[in-house]
Design a protein around this ligand. Sequence first.
Ligand code: KIV
Ligand code: NA
Length: 270
Amino acid sequence: RKTAPLPDDIRAMKGGTPIVSLTAYTTPMAKMMDGVCDFALVGDSVGMVLHGMPSTLGVTMEMMILHGQAVARGLSTTMMVIDMPFGSYEESPQQAFANAARLMRETGAAAVKLEGGRHMAETIAFLVARGVPVMAHIGLTPQSINTLGGYKVQGRADQADALRADARAIAEAGAFSVVLEKVPATLADQITDEIDIPTIGIGASAGCDGQILVVDDMLGLFTAFKPKFVKRYATLGEDGKAAISAYADEVRARQFPASEHTFADKASGK
Ligand code: KIV
Ligand code: NA
């Protein structure tokens, strides 16, 4: 394709070939997935993955904008979605609109993502009515880690109906898709069946309408911990460590730089 899909194109992928997505935080990472992924998410996981924060709670609007601008420079045929950080949308629909508009204006993102189910439905409808496409995010919502009591599976047993109600409320409010994070596979399949917008799974089910992973997780670059739902497709963290050790050894042995990395004196004519 010649241009990036729009949120409506993503919505139209419901029930078809699975939607492919990854997070992205920098220009080179965005270039790696451009034209391969349907959308790239500038996730607030940037705080943990690139900045070493203990959770996503400390991520600011300024951080999201800086990384969003970097990602935008690397994308031409993949759509960009950007996370609304903790504290930038929960207070009121008005607060959410002001910050969503700023994220879209300053980064060029096609849509925003925010965490929450039924209690965010009013805000989602408010944003969509004013030109802000919204991707929702339910199940394990990392910004609520302090009230959820840990990074555990959500929607098991007696919580399942509540999560289904969240999904329906979000779809009715006009979200164009919804991320399902760390929920039982059978529940993810049931929700995927019940709502008319695409479900994007992470730790959910192959039956979802699409999948997302944190790019540093799947490349093996982020190794502080590995959730069960992560599959490592590369070992860039280990490869990088080995490369740095090889460099250190060669510098200490005066093997680097070699002659091909150095310059002759101008007078010698080379
Ligand atoms: O911030 C993030 O990386 C996310 C994805 C895991 C969906 O929200
Ligand atoms: Na996020």
